[in-house]
Design a protein around this ligand. Structure first.
Ligand SMILES: C[S@@+](CC[C@H](N)C(=O)[O-])C[C@H]1O[C@@H](n2cnc3c(N)ncnc32)[C@H](O)[C@@H]1O
Length: 218
C-alpha cells in the first residue's frame, strides 16, 4: 500500500518549505537517531579539493564537515532550508557559502568541484538533467557520492514501523540496476557500496566522472 502521489508530494513539500523547522526532528525520528551518522558515511570518499553539498537541507552535514576542516559550498532550492542552514553554520562561527538554485541548473563553472555529495536526495537526483549538470561541474575524475539509504538497527517493532512509513511515502521505486544505468548514461563509472560511520550503516553510490567529458580551456 502507498499513499496517493499528490499527498506524498504535499507532505515533502511542507517538510522542505513551510515546515522545514521540523525537518531535523522528523529525520531523527525516522532514522531512530542515525540520520547524521548515515550522512557522515560520505567522509572517507571525499576527494581533496572544492566540495559541493547538493541539496544541503538544514545544513547538518555541512556543519559536520566544517568541524572536520572542510569548506563546503551548499546548494538547495528551498529558501526555508537555506535560512536554517545559514543559522546553523553561523553558530559554528563560519561564513556560510550557500546558494539557492535548482540541481538541474547549477550556477557553477565547468570543472568547479572535486566532489559533489548528495545525501538522501529526492527524485530530482536521478533526473538526466541533474546528473549531466553534476558531471559538468565536476573536475575530470571528480567524484559524486550519494547516500541513498540507511540501514535500520535491529529494533524489531520500531524497524517495522519505520519500514512501513517508508513504503507508504515512496513515489517511485527504481531498482539498483536502473539507478546505475541512469548514472552511467551521464558519463560516470559507478558502483554501490555499503559504508559505516559511528556504528551506523548506509548504502552509497560512488560515481567517478569520465575524464573526457570536460576539457580545460586552452
Ligand atoms: C530529503 S531532503 C535531504 C536534505 C539533506 N541532504 C539531508 O541529508 O538531510 C531533500 C532536499 O532537497 C531539496 N531539493 C528538492 N528539490 C531540489 C532541486 N530540484 N534542486 C535543489 N534542491 C532540491 C529540498 O529542499 C531538501 O532540502
Amino acid at each position: 500500500m502507498t499513499l496517493p502521489k499528490w499527498l506524498i508530494r504535499l507532505i515533502f513539500r511542507l517538510l522542505y518549505y513551510e515546515m522545514a523547522w521540523a525537518y531535523d526532528v522528523v529525520a531523527w525520528l525516522v532514522s531512530f537517531g542515525q540520520w547524521a551518522a548515515w550522512r557522515r558515511t560520505v567522509v572517507p570518499y571525499l576527494r581533496e579539493g572544492p566540495l559541493l553539498d547538493l541539496a544541503h537541507g538544514t545544513g547538518g552535514l555541512m556543519a559536520d564537515l566544517v568541524q572536520m576542516g572542510w569548506m563546503p559550498v551548499g546548494l538547495d532550492l528551498s529558501p526555508y532550508m537555506g535560512r536554517i542552514a545559514r543559522r546553523k553554520l553561523l553558530r559554528k562561527g563560519v561564513t556560510p557559502r550557500l546558494v539557492r538554485a535548482r540541481a538541474q541548473h547549477l550556477p557553477f563553472r565547468d570543472g568547479s568541484f572535486a566532489t559533489i555529495v548528495m545525501t538522501f536526495p529526492a527524485e530530482f537526483a536521478l533526473e538526466r538533467q541533474t546528473l549531466m549538470e553534476a558531471a559538468r561541474v565536476l573536475q575530470p575524475y571528480g567524484r559524486l557520492v550519494i547516500v541513498a539509504m540507511g540501514y535500520m538497527r535491529p529494533v524489531p517493532l520500531v524497524r517495522q514501523l519505520i519500514q512501513w512509513a517508508y513504503a507508504l511515502t515512496t513515489v517511485h521505486k527504481v531498482s539498483e540496476g536502473d539507478v546505475l544505468t541512469r548514472i552511467r548514461a551521464a558519463g560516470f563509472a559507478v558502483h554501490w557500496e555499503d559504508a559505516q560511520s559511528d556504528g551506523a550503516r548506509a548504502r552509497l553510490l560512488i560515481a567517478t566522472r569520465d575524464a573526457q567529458l570536460w576539457s580545460p580551456p586552452d
